[in-house]
Write a protein that binds this ligand. Sequence first.
Ligand SMILES: Nc1ncnc2c1ncn2[C@@H]1O[C@H](COP(=O)(O)OP(=O)(O)OP(=O)(O)O)[C@@H](O)[C@H]1O
Length: 268
Amino acid sequence: MSQEMEADNGIRVEGLIKEFPGQRVLDGLNLTVGNGEFVCLLGPSGCGKSTLLNILSGLDSDYRGSVHFGGRPMVPGGKPPATIGYLFQEPRLLPWLSAERNVDFALENSRVPRSRWGDIKDRYFALTGLQPFRDYYPHELSGGMAQRLSLVRALAIEPDVLFMDEPFSGLDELTARRLRVDLLDIWRETGKTILFITHNSYEATFLGDRVVVLSQGGIHNQISVDVPRPRDYDDAALFQVGKTVSATFIEAAEAAERARARGTRSSH
Ligand SMILES: Nc1ncnc2c1ncn2[C@@H]1O[C@H](COP(=O)(O)OP(=O)(O)OP(=O)(O)O)[C@@H](O)[C@H]1O
């Protein structure tokens, strides 16, 4: 496909409202993620991040508002009009299958023709540094390697977008740092649209083109990270943006707490 013909794989969420009994969790949320953009979602516990992901994934169809992937509308109750790759906090690998077979398993359930599996696996096993470990079983992999394998699995199905839900929060900081750098290399190489959920302000700043801070059912604030890539953890400009993001996150958490104390989020 030529550059000009490249599909639009952005996400557009408009006026999203989600209620649970006695509680409005998303209150008219508007959010866009551009084609190939890396957006980090940051928000205090309970602000609705997982609820939003469940809706975007098509797992929850009981909402109001609209969701578009690349201009294609999501029909509540139907499959999302985009292929979505997932990464969660835990790798969710099948323990009885080798690394390679775990990826095959995902491919078997995808639309990718079998004739392309070999090339795809070669590419992503190489990109993640897991080439020598294709025959290993999940219990033989370290936490970081297991998460790399789930990244291979997520990318192999050639997703339009990647949803990453705190994928590095269960890892030690050194491993997480390496994986963030590698993820950015892979993102540059593949141009995927990424929505990345995290509780870590500095992680969000290091990774994102933009950090969206959620609170009380909507966007509290958004911060563009105008720091050139490749980024360096010790970059003073990046640290400054991280401080702003962190302060915004704390502000959002405090606002959410005050609202909860007042009971303003109750729909009664
Ligand atoms: N199935 C459900 N039934 C009722 N309430 C729910 C349900 N799922 C989530 N909630 C409520 O909705 C709110 C948002 O939950 P959600 O899990 O989306 O938050 P979160 O931002 O992902 O939190 P965390 O960062 O702790 O994972 C919470 O108050 C939660 O109790």
